[in-house]
Design a protein. Structure first.
Length: 280
């Protein structure tokens, strides 16, 4: 009898490794192939992440505009990409303001919504927390000479993944001293230091091969990811703890949901983009 592959037959670590390998290959391949394949893949990741956020908000009794908010998020991502790619003039960015304002118009017709402004607030929070950081990636990858550089994106992701992986194994093996027990009981200072060491090591290697940025900039980006990425993980843990769930979803076996995988990027992206734009 023919046996079928079922990822659920593997341990959590096995599922984590398989998902990371497949997901990593898709993201890296798309980023290298062209700016358009990068756009398609990350627009999809943004949409799944934002829908997860709205779904979790709904578990706590909130009523954000899930579909409309997600469409707005993808539109903001699209506008920033097209403007950075110089397919649209900068003035088109002003479209964001009337589009976002439509949230109030729609809420006026939601007769069963007893707290409409709470729904509006969480709709905006989803855009600001998820869509804006992903959109800022467009500014980062086009930050050098207004040309798409996949090295910047892949470099940041490799540092982030190295930090997460180092923290996971160091924390599992040596973790004793709690980092932020109230929010995330399993995180430890030993794991944090393991992640920091891995991130710096990868940043050093990248500085030797990805010459699109100066050596010191890769080390600064590593520092940003070590700190902001850790806080991003803690912020998402705080959000999940407030609604008493473990994972943001189950779309990525071994990792949970898309927000579980990209939470560090959500808080790192604004700092990385600001750094690259200021120190061009």
């Amino acid at each position: 009898m023919r046996s079928h592959f079922n990822i659920n037959n593997y341990s959590n670590l096995g599922q984590r490794a398989i998902t990371a390998l497949i997901g990593g290959l898709i993201v890296v391949s798309a980023s290298i192939f062209s700016d358009w394949t990068y756009f398609v893949v990350f627009a999809g990741i943004l949409a799944f992440s934002q829908m997860e956020f709205y779904k979790l908000s709904g578990l706590d009794g909130m009523l954000p505009l899930k579909s409309f908010g997600t469409v707005l998020g993808v539109m903001i991502f699209t506008l920033t990409f097209m403007i950075e790619k110089e397919q649209l003039p900068n003035e088109y960015l002003y479209l964001i303001f009337p589009l976002v304002s439509l949230t109030f118009f729609i809420k006026l017709y939601k007769k069963t919504d007893k707290k409409p402004f709470t729904g509006v607030a969480f709709t905006y929070l989803g855009i600001f927390y998820v869509a804006v950081p992903f959109s800022l990636l467009n500014l980062a990858v086009f930050s050098v000479d207004k040309v798409y550089h996949y090295e910047i994106l892949i470099g940041c992701l490799l540092i982030l993944w190295a930090s997460d992986t180092g923290a996971y194994f160091a924390g599992t093996k040596f973790g004793k001293t709690k980092l932020f027990e109230r929010v995330s009981p399993k995180k430890s200072w030993e794991g944090f230091l393991g992640g920091a060491f891995s991130a710096i090591a990868v940043a050093f290697v990248l500085s030797q091969y990805f010459r699109v940025l100066e050596d010191w900039k890769w080390l600064v980006i590593a520092g940003i990811i070590i700190i902001a990425g850790t806080y991003g993980d803690l912020v998402e843990s705080l959000f999940k703890r407030s609604i008493e769930i473990k994972d943001s979803g189950n779309g990525l076996p071994g990792h949970g949901g898309f927000m579980d995988r990209f939470d560090g990027l959500l808080l790192s992206a604004p700092f990385i983009t600001a750094f690259l734009k200021i120190f061009q």
